[in-house]
Design a protein around this ligand. Sequence first.
Ligand SMILES: Cc1ncc(C[n+]2csc(CCOP(=O)(O)OP(=O)(O)O)c2C)c(N)n1
Length: 565
Amino acid sequence: MQISGAQMVIEALIAENVTTVFGYPGGAIMNVYDEIYKQEGFEHILTRHEQAAIHAAEGYAKVTGKVGVAMITSGPGFTNAVTGLADAYMDSIPLVVISGQVPMSLIGTDAFQEIDAVGISRACTKHNYLVTDAKDLPRILKEAFYIAASGRPGPVHVDIPKDVTAQIEEFVYPENVDIPTYKPTVKGNKRQIKKAVEAIAEAKRPLFYLGGGVINSNAAEEVRAFVKQTGIPAVETFMARGTLRYDDPLLISMLGMHGSYAANMAMSETDLVIALGARFDDRVTGKLSEFAKHAGIIHVDIDPASISKLVNADYPIVGDVKGVVAEMIELAKEQVDPKRYLPWLETVDHFDKLHPLRYIEDTDRIKPQWVIERVGELLGDDANISTDVGQHQMWTAQFYPFTRPRQWVSSGGLGTMGFGFPAALGVKRGAMDKISINFTGDGSILMNIQELMTAVEKKLPVINIILNNNYLGMVRQWQTLFYNKRHSETDLSMQPDFVMLAESFGGVGYRVSTKEEFDAALKDAVEKNVVAIIDVKVERLENVLPMVPSGGSLFNMMLLENKES
Ligand SMILES: Cc1ncc(C[n+]2csc(CCOP(=O)(O)OP(=O)(O)O)c2C)c(N)n1
């Protein structure tokens, strides 16, 4: 059939089973929006900022496991979206982001709202396209969805000039892709897998190091089974929270800069790291030369470029974690005896007893960690959890009782303030049967507060819980610890009335300064099923502990016991 480039975009989305698109219109993308107007097949969610559209698509992708889709216009629409693209790129989130561009004849003329979008997005996307002929659109869109979701997932950007969306051409959506330069290796090498399992069977103190790739590859079920079968303890990265249930006896909690003492000590004492879908990020490893110094390294990852990039792998396995672990389980049945690791488990247990993850209730004010634990007690598995960036984010990763993969959505690699609320909108849209909670800070929430309007309009009842310390808390913490308490530009004593703010958008606001008030507010917001802000006045000077100072070794932690108050 002969249709316009704009219609092709819609047809491709329908062919890819896309039911929800997040976006914001403008001149260069108007042809496509005109087609959206005529559609009944899918829903467009108008965010109030392009950055929010991308974060919402990220939240949606994370919680559903599908490719998230966002649509934006040229120039400022695109530049507003760049932070979102970078965020998705760092956290390997599958997205297709379609932007309008000025007409081909104007490209390079400094035309109104022109920007070299593909030039900018090259650095923060898995792949990008400038479409110069509508004849290429069906192939390019098919490839975009394939590249976003396959291999190591990531955002793909498709920039379409306005005259290309107007061009009429024959449309046949391809069934398959054929990209000679892009063939991800999914199946791990059998010989390498065998050698890795032999190494596990011979190790005395092996340790699973689970990364976000486990979640991305939907491998949590296999990994749970493998951990149970082998009796080997496991640590999770920030991105991997929820892989194992919080109460799994073999889970030692999170490792890294704000990881638990036991997790970081286990990593320092292990003789064999079994890294699954993890990328040895500096927030995880601390000082690289001291990281897992006594250990051999098994590294399973779908991305060949991440293997031995930072830490040399003795047993490199390129492949999808899910399939590789399934094969390992078979081999391990014969070879691996869980009893072998019992003394090691005792050591780990000793670490845990020495300095468990905890906090001290020593003030009249509510402790932020209490709020997180309390939400866990009251909502637990019924809630999906997103966060903004800062102390509240680290406390949530430490203290929320995660029970399943894809329950946890946070900006890991880029650490983007303003991520939480729009992401929570996408999370809610992707999982309407769960309560969507966003833990945020009094700094972060103001970075995308305008999304209250989107949430109210689209009836996406996200509950924002502000752990309000009147500070840019995480930066204040570093200033306290490393800049001799010189709190430069981190005091947020001046702030809006968050209750009135929520209500002015048509949401509900609660101001809370006691535990009883918190319980009542949360109960009310959940029962009423409304867009809400719960503004919780918390202890202002609490620090996130343990802490490995930046660039330090994992075994040199600042602990609660010697905290500076
Ligand atoms: C867009 C952006 N700007 C700046 C930072 C640096 N930064 C990291 S944490 C933080 C403080 C966050 O404060 P708040 O949202 O109030 O949370 P809290 O740490 O108090 O829990 C800042 C400014 C960032 N991560 N992202």
